[in-house]
Design a protein around this ligand. Structure first.
Ligand code: CAA
Ligand code: NAD
Length: 305
């Protein structure tokens, strides 16, 4: 605590306004976060270490911005879709090294869901980023506090949990650790609302609100299919038509990424062995081992076109 206070005093004031944003990890989630940030008017830098992911992320953003703007234009003939697309894309730049985000006011991380990789990442980022910058992790399932501690700026660190597809899903969870400054939470929450989301606040507990309820449900549906209680398609149809969900649980597991589902469940099982809602269905492990990661790899519980 004393050391943290001294560090905080040394770092000086918080950022007062967010104008520049860095997004690290430009995969499934990161490209969407970079896109909505730029579309909301913020200068945004997207970073991925993997050149192929970086190029695909850029391509996905370009396609998605154009699609959403042309949809807007179809409802409002006065809306100039090509101009709006050009403006949004002009606010984006791309890089393959983390130094490109060092001067950003807010740095949102959407890299692989692995606690030790994220902690290493934050220890390094804490050294490189400007002192007043705020860090936000899009983690689905990991505790935020250890990443915040690794960054050496726990007072300027929040969880900022978006949902896939970021461009369409309306929610963003703002996760608060006991160490974070209230001023920082307000600023980041306000930024997330400017990116078009409805925000909810929650504490740093496993899965926050949505995933704590959703991921065990996906595992239970997979276990139901494994037991042969019903066919995959029937489980999904039942939850869509009988419970009003937009996607059935197995389709949604594929959509989220089976590797992501597996790493969430494995992490929770290791950390909370007495919680019966947390278990790993064997078919999930087998699919991931076979490279069937769901929609992103073309096959999971379903074959995707
Ligand atoms: N950018 C732009 N447009 C997009 C898009 C994107 N990224 N993704 C889809 N669209 C477009 C589609 O192309 C389609 O356009 P047209 O109407 O012109 O064909 C339009 O959006 C609607 O898409 P769909 O036809 O697929 O129709 P839909 O009404 O089913 O909406 C959906 C899609 C919003 C994904 C909906 O199926 C849904 O809400 N599914 C559930 C998603 C969900 O639960 N996500 C949360 C997962 S959990 C999570 O993310 C947290 C975690 O940590 C794991
Ligand atoms: P993804 O695999 O699509 O993308 C992660 C990207 O991070 C990869 O492209 C990888 O090249 C890059 N990366 C890894 N280490 C890096 C580093 N040190 N620096 C820069 N880039 C690095 O994964 P995703 O599904 O987008 O998930 C990203 C994060 O978002 C995870 O924490 C995940 O739990 C969370 N999340 C995922 C979903 C989902 O539905 N998939 C939803 C909400 C949150």
């Amino acid at each position: 605590r004393e050391q943290e206070k001294a560090n905080k005093a040394k770092r000086g004031a918080n950022v007062k306004e967010i104008t520049t944003v860095g997004v690290v990890g430009l995969g499934l989630m990161g490209h969407g976060i970079a896109q909505i940030s730029a579309a909301a008017g913020f200068q945004t830098v997207g970073v991925d270490l993997n050149a192929e992911v970086l190029a695909n992320g850029q391509k996905a953003i370009e396609t998605s911005v154009a699609k959403l703007n042309s949809r807007k234009a179809s409802k409002n003939p006065d809306f100039d879709a090509p101009a709006a697309t050009e403006e949004t894309l002009a606010r984006l730049s791309y890089a393959s090294t983390v130094d490109a985000v060092a001067q950003c006011d807010l740095i949102v991380e959407a890299i692989v869901e692995d606690a030790s990789i994220k902690q290493k990442f934050y220890a390094d980022l804490g050294e490189r980023a400007k002192a007043e910058a705020i860090f936000a992790s899009n983690t689905s399932s990991l505790a935020v506090a250890p990443m915040a501690a690794a960054s050496q700026r726990p007072d300027r660190f929040v969880g900022l949990h978006y949902f896939n597809p970021v461009q369409l899903m309306k929610l963003c969870e703002v996760v608060q650790t006991p160490e974070v400054d209230d001023e920082v939470v307000e600023l980041v929450d306000g930024w997330a609302r400017l990116t078009g989301k409805i925000t909810v606040r929650c504490k740093d507990t496993p899965g926050f609100i949505v995933n704590r309820l959703l991921v065990p449900n996906l595992a239970a549906a997979i276990a139901m299919a494994e037991r042969g209680d019903a066919a995959i398609q029937d489980i999904d149809a039942a939850m869509c038509l009988g419970a009003g969900h937009p996607m059935g649980p197995l389709q949604l597991a594929d959509y989220v990424g089976l590797d992501t589902c597996l790493s969430i469940l494995k992490g929770w099982c290791a950390q909370y062995p007495d919680e019966p809602a947390f278990f790993v269905p064997p078919s999930l492990t087998a699919k991931v081992a076979a490279g069937k990661l769901g929609r992103k790899s073309g096959e999971g519980y379903y074959v995707w076109g």
